[in-house]
Design a protein. Sequence first.
Length: 721
Amino acid sequence: MSCYGFINKLVHRSKKMSPQEVEIISNYKLLLDEKSKELLKKDEYIIQLEKKLEDKELMIKYLQNEIDKFRQVVKPITQKIITKQITLGDDVWNVKNGTQNNQEEQAQEPSRIKREGISAEPVNLSKTDLHITKIPKTSRSRELIKAAILDNDFMKNLEPTQIREIVDCMYPEEYKAGSLIIREGDVGSTVYVLEEGRVEVSREEKFLSTLTPGKVLGELAILYNCQRTATIKAATDCKLWAIERQCFQTIMMRTGLIRQAEYTDFLKSVPIFKDLPEETLIKISDVLDECHYVNGDYIIRQGNRGDTFFIISKGKVNVTIKKKDSSEEKYIRTLTKGDFFGEKALHGDDLRTANIIVDDPEGVTCLVIDRDTYLQLISNLDEVRTRYIDDVDDRRRLNEEFSHVRLEDLKILTTLGVGGFGRVELVQISGQPNKSFALKQMKKSQIVETRQQQHIMSEKEIMGEANCDFIVKLFKTFKDAKYLYMLMESCLGGELWTVLRDKGFFDDNTTRFYTACVVQAFDYLHSRNIIYRDLKPENLLLDSKGYVKLVDFGFAKKLQPGRKTWTFCGTPEYVAPEVILNRGHDISADYWSLGVLMFELLTGTPPFNGSDPMKTYNVILKGIDAIDFPKNITRNATALIKKLCRDNPAERLGYQKGGISDIQKHKWFDGFNWEGLVNRTLDPPIMPKIRNVTDSSNFDPYPPDEGGLPPDDLTGWDCNF
């Protein structure tokens, strides 16, 4: 019985009590009333404190999000450094001796910063003039430019032919003492080599160093538009050599396409290759190694065993046979450019039946492929592509459900994310309170300004046709004078990036589940020859069941069979070496990023890290074998990551004969229930808490858009959106 009940019972019996007892009970009742009022006030105060605490927690999440966005733009200026360093344009130089210092490129503090994708202006192969203009130079100037390139951590990775053509195309520029060559904050597209004079480097108006001839300045600009990170001022009259990004990209494409066409023609002349599909020939041409032999060398010696096939690309060789029981060699014939030898070794007959001897004063260059590489690439790609049958009717019915929806029917509830071109809002359709959707709105003027129209239209086409449980579905698009809109399914479990940020890293089983979801999405896309190009935790959303879906197809592109694309795009920590080096890339670049994703999920940070994009790219170019793997990554996980992150795209697991099933069959996936994943009966490792169809609590809070309305776009490029 409560105190109130007991006292009230006594009050009812007060007629039987003495006056003193009644007075005592009355006093107790008054005291109890006062205490009750005090407790009520305390309850109200507790409620107020809880409300303040909730407000503060929301403010903390908001401020943390603002800090994350701020860090995307402003890199930490102070870092733990052993030797005093300065940043020049896109390179880090040792002040003491003027040489580039890379000792701490990987010693980066773990961060949880949302990363923005980077995309250069698309290159249209049909309109690109592959002709390059050569600028006359003295031999001294040529040698200085070449030495500067070979001394640069990034540009030294280019092929000798490409370096030679860059040297040929660089044009002279002169600056008087005191004039600005590069201004901090400006967007640049020109790379320089200093030949004469001295330049002073400063950042935020603070002097950093003086540089002398033989240095490359601002090389990140040849990859994509970027803001200069330092000011370079001529301390004396200076002479420099310069090259624009468009010219550089033309050289990269030109050398790559010429080499590919030449190698493919060589392969077509070989009987064992002539009936192979064009895309297989292109794959083989990508893995051919160039080997040089001097006059008199035995390339093949009779009686030896070997597994290598050769095509002569330059020079000539003699074929001889040594008769049994004789030391003499009988001349058979001479082979020249385009001829081949050793083809039997590709089919297992590894006993050499003749000698191949170089007979050319300038030596011989051969294109070489070994048996294992050859067998991995020879497959019937049509079999891979028939595993998926497009269910066009299902997708058409899905889209028809939204045919009546108008832009004004959408009610914005809250912001789910903020990106480079706009925002993603949680919305509901009028009259449908039991469903919610994500509305991506993109500023047309910004898209046109950055020349990303082609990427946006490709995103609409690919997402609009995709019908895969591991890819976010696009239902309808809208447009007005200022924005383009994409109405998509809402995945209220939030971004995988947020979960990873909060947990730090995942264990093997959790990583395996999320990686498998991505593998299924890639299987769907790659079977249609669609390259994704922007894999990262930020682009993986959890649905209501805890399964991962791929989102943001702004960099995705449908490729012609056997063809490559040349546009630099992706997130710096995830781009493959061939993207950085502008060699052309295809779906194999996605397998590289899959290996990077595995590493980041298991450790909390990607394997390739630098204090700025150029340093990150230099770490990537050193390769996965230069990375120290933490002990918590198991041996099988390490093996899979290294097979996905092979420098040579054609050697990556998933891109070879067995296709993506090679990944699914890897030891790291032993025992994994692929059927349960596809049928969505497998329990996910993390089940998101979602209270209702409008619950956005799994996303970080975002403030309202206070930037004002963007200008109208009057170009009319979006007529088919």
